[in-house]
Ligand binder design. Structure first.
Ligand code: 4AD
Ligand code: MG
Length: 477
């Protein structure tokens, strides 16, 4: 006899003898009805216990949270709301759960409380739905690239370079932190460290991905990325997963096409394959809007938002045009948006980005050709000498989802830029080699996977779309 999953059994509408199932009790009602969940689907299967012929001691152990092994028959359900149910012949308690102590009670818990119980929160409908969607999106990412001729490459987690030049790195060291070897000038002597130099956790796999694009053509990485930026926001993590494709002979326009096609493809994948979970999460948002008057009502439901992105073109706008739009917008009396209008050259703040996507264009926006001064060293300088071929993709409700660019392929221009930014050529000799031997136009982007999961699930806090969030002052699990 093969153990079935709840998802398999619920998809049947015939009577089946001798079925077996294992899972966790969500609720046990009237000494008779178990709502059983095994993670295979959002839905529980009802298991009906013949309490008159079941040992009293066993009945007492069928508590919320307990793991059970049930043998019985799948029959047409007498009750409403489900087509089939299990008539229990035998039930074994595999693992008891003390009903009074079990943190996940059959009631609504706050997300803050569930974060403190991150090891158990996927036993709730919301978090199991979110994590199934996360898994599905992650599969869709690999499927998209595989279907489109990309190679998956693993970039190193420990690196000797700062790909973004932003200095937001977690140091990796095997030195005794209390008593490190010192140089004559009193500074720590990293030549005595494990790697013989200073190293850190990667902030991006881009530079290494570029090296592979320049031989394998089309590659991508999808791995953990670390940033020691002290931003305690609902969109930042210290450890997040980034998807980074890199393509040889592709310019910025091609990069925009790729990013747009990619995002539409992965979102259509979940629209097709995760309907139950999406419908559940959509309803959760509607309920939240009803119960919390301070939550702004959205014009579209979750599924409508996803379909809108899949069916409509992203708006492409240059940084310069965006600044003009921001300068000409009239501050809103109701203070729905209220920000300092920036001059050309300034970095856009999240209020500006929100205004552009949520109030002005009301759709995903690709902003491109940013001022060189506010972007990373590796971006291709435009002919105007002051902007670079960078792009950011902004999403309603999320803000920046993607950051990418065409890369500077000219050795002399790149060296000059590194010099002005004080980046040591010796550190990046291998990166410069790519511009010495068979250089070519190439481009890529980075997409923060958790921000994509936030968009696809409608969750408002990035801490709730990754199993164990790493944020300032928090690495409990
Ligand atoms: O814009 P970023 O910093 O770009 C890069 O790292 C490039 N090297 C990517 C490339 O061209 N290959 O980061 C890319 C994306 C952001 O748009 C955002 O979605 C996400 O990564 N991201 C974060 N997500 C969660 N927490 C953080 N602290 C994040 N920092 C960036
Ligand atoms: Mg960025």
């Amino acid at each position: 006899m093969k153990t079935s999953t709840v998802a398999e059994l619920l998809s049947k509408d015939i009577t089946l003898q001798d079925i077996e199932i294992k899972g966790w009790v969500r609720t046990f009602r009237a000494n008779r009805f178990i709502a059983l969940n095994d993670g295979s689907t959002l839905h529980n299967i009802q298991c009906v216990v013949d309490f008159e012929n079941t040992d009293e001691a066993i009945l007492k152990r069928i508590n919320t949270g307990a793991a059970v092994h049930i043998k019985g028959e799948l029959v047409e359900s007498q009750g409403k709301g489900q087509r089939v149910e299990i008539q229990v012949n035998t039930i074994d308690i595999l693992g008891d759960s003390d009903a009074d102590e079990y943190p996940i009670q059959p009631k609504k818990h706050s997300f803050e409380f569930l974060r403190e119980n991150a090891h158990l929160r996927t036993r709730t409908n919301t978090f199991s739905a979110v994590m199934r969607l996360r898994s599905s999106l992650s599969f869709a990412v690999h499927k998209y690239f595989n279907d489109n001729g990309f190679y998956y490459m693993h970039t190193p987690i420990i690196t000797g370079s700062d790909a973004e030049g932003a200095g937001e790195m977690f140091k990796v060291s095997a030195l005794d932190s209390k008593n490190p070897p010192l140089k004559e000038d009193g500074n720590v002597d990293y030549t005595k460290d494990f790697f013989g130099k200073e190293t850190n956790l990667t902030v991006s796999g881009q530079l290494e991905a570029e090296t592979y694009a320049m031989s394998l053509g089309k590659v991508y990485t999808f791995g953990p990325t670390f940033r020691a930026e002290n931003s305690n926001t609902s969109r930042h993590l210290a450890e997040f997963w980034m998807i980074e494709p890199e393509v040889a002979f592709m310019d910025l326009a091609g990069n925009m096409d790729l990013a747009e096609d990619f995002m539409k493809s992965v979102l259509s994948y979940v629209l097709e394959h995760n309907q139950d979970d999406l419908k559940f999460l959509e309803q959760r948002l509607l309920d939240e809007e009803k119960t919390k008057p301070q939550v702004e009502r959205s014009e579209m439901s979750l599924i409508e938002k996803l379909k809108f992105v899949v069916d409509n073109n992203f708006k492409r706008v240059s940084y310069t045009e965006a600044i003009d739009i921001l300068k000409n917008c009239k501050p809103n009396k109701k203070k729905k948006f209220n920000f300092i209008i920036e001059e050309w050259g300034a970095d856009l703040q999240s209020e500006h980005e929100r205004f552009l996507v949520e109030k002005h264009f009301k759709c995903p926006v690709i902003l491109f050709d940013y001022p060189a001064n506010i972007k990373a060293f590796y971006m291709r300088l435009n002919e105007d000498g002051k902007t670079v071929r960078a792009m950011d993709i902004l999403f309603p409700g999320i803000g920046e989802m993607v950051g990418g660019s065409q890369r500077e392929e000219r050795l002399d221009v790149l060296k000059e830029k590194m010099k002005t930014l004080d980046i040591d050529e010796k550190e990046l000799w291998w990166y410069l080699d790519l511009r010495k031997y068979g250089t070519a136009v190439h481009s890529g982007f980075g997409l923060g996977f958790e921000r994509l999961v936030m968009f696809a699930t409608g969750m408002g806090n990035i801490r709730d779309v990754i199993p164990y969030p790493r944020t300032p002052q928090n690495a409990e699990f």
